[in-house]
Design a protein around this ligand. Structure first.
Ligand SMILES: *Cc1c(COP(=O)(O)O)cnc(C)c1O
Length: 348
């Protein structure tokens, strides 16, 4: 990568490290649709172990593992409850509706964080006028919420309430390991509350591709059928599974560095009057900030940053997202702050 460019648009932009590429080159492979890829099988076993579940299935994307999760729990005409800003609702083309006939009922979280009281009373009565409430989905950490952690006690409460009321639970844990590292609460403890958990290898963990869905042996056996019909049966996928295994071994604890990097970036941004962090407190590796219109629009501000070698993502007319990851260092964060300060001071 061009070392001059500091890319904070997403934690998906990382390139495989030399060690990861070596692991991929050496991966033992077989036809995974026959269940014969030893590396994919090892990855699935490892994910199941790390999440404290009986089984896991490897899939090409988090969009697919979320969709499979929803399909495992809901039939056509069923409803799931989720947070209004969640990835499943906003960035997955409502696949649950398009492909699975599932309705969504949303509640507005505070930076994505949902309270049990918001869900109580939403379960519909058994009445032919209404869809059937079947599932609660949570997202942790919350992408649009600015990498917010859904607090552990609330996860416990919400999932207990769901279980007591006959609802299933799914966690979009694309960044569950960020939540685990930031809180010191192991991924398996977070996962224990859910029927199914999706995790991504292609975000902060730095693998080029892939996600996994974990759950009971029975559910994951069924998930294999869904993955196949969605076109997610991959052949010698041990090549990419090796990258995911490498990431689970080498890139989980270092997520703490991404969080430190995000806090450094946030501290710098907080010193600038025309920029406003939303939320102000940075839990993990994602931050959003508002640009005062006196500095132009978010898109114009990002153009200015780009000319100076810093890439960030405009997500609304006055809002910019920045994400830290494997390919940006704390020094890059400091340099990015200097670039931002320079851009704010520029004569108009
Ligand atoms: C990235 C992401 C996903 C999955 O995205 P894919 O690009 O399909 O792998 C799911 N949920 C969240 C919160 C994400 O950030």
């Amino acid at each position: 990568m061009d070392r001059q460019i500091m890319d904070f648009r997403s934690d998906t932009v990382t390139r495989p490290t030399a060690g990861m590429r070596a692991a991929m080159a050496e991966a033992e492979v077989g036809d995974d649709v026959f269940g014969e890829d030893p590396t994919a099988n090892r990855l699935q076993a490892r994910v199941a172990e790390m999440l404290g579940k009986e089984a896991a299935i490897y899939a090409p994307s988090g969009t697919m593992t979320n969709l499979i999760g929803v399909r495992l729990h809901c039939k056509h005409g069923d409803e799931m409850i989720c947070e209004a800003g969640c990835h499943i609702i906003n960035y997955e083309q409502a696949g649950y509706a398009q492909l699975s006939g599932v309705a969504a009922r949303t509640v507005e979280g505070r930076y994505g964080v949902v309270e049990l009281e918001q869900l109580q009373g939403l379960i519909r009565p058994d009445n032919p006028h209404q869809v059937r409430t079947r599932l609660v989905c949570l997202e942790n950490t919350h992408n649009r919420g600015g990498g917010k952690i859904q607090p552990y006690e609330t996860v416990e409460q919400i999932c207990r309430w769901a279980r007591e009321n006959g609802l299933r639970t799914h966690l979009d844990g694309a960044r569950l390991f960020n939540a685990a590292v930031a809180t010191g609460i192991e991924a398996s403890r977070w996962a224990a509350h859910f029927d199914t958990v999706s995790v991504c290898f292609s975000k902060g963990l730095g693998a080029p591709v892939g996600s996994a869905l974990a759950g009971s042996r029975e559910l994951i056996h069924e998930a294999l059928r869904h993955r196949k019909v969605l076109g997610g049966g991959m052949r010698q996928c041990g090549v990419t599974a090796a990258a995911a295994l490498f990431a689970l071994e080498h890139h989980v604890q270092r997520l703490a560095l991404d969080h430190e990097c995000a806090r450094r970036l946030a501290r710098g941004i907080a010193e600038i009057d025309e920029l406003q962090l939303t939320p102000e407190q940075i839990d993990t590796n994602i931050l959003f900030f508002r640009v005062d219109p006196s500095l132009g629009t978010a898109a114009e501000f990002c153009d200015g940053l780009r000319e100076r070698g810093v890439l960030m993502l405009p997500t609304a007319p006055q809002t910019i997202r920045a994400v830290t990851h494997l390919d940006v260092t704390p020094e890059d964060a400091d340099r990015a702050v200097e670039v931002i300060k320079g851009l704010c001071r520029r004569p108009s």
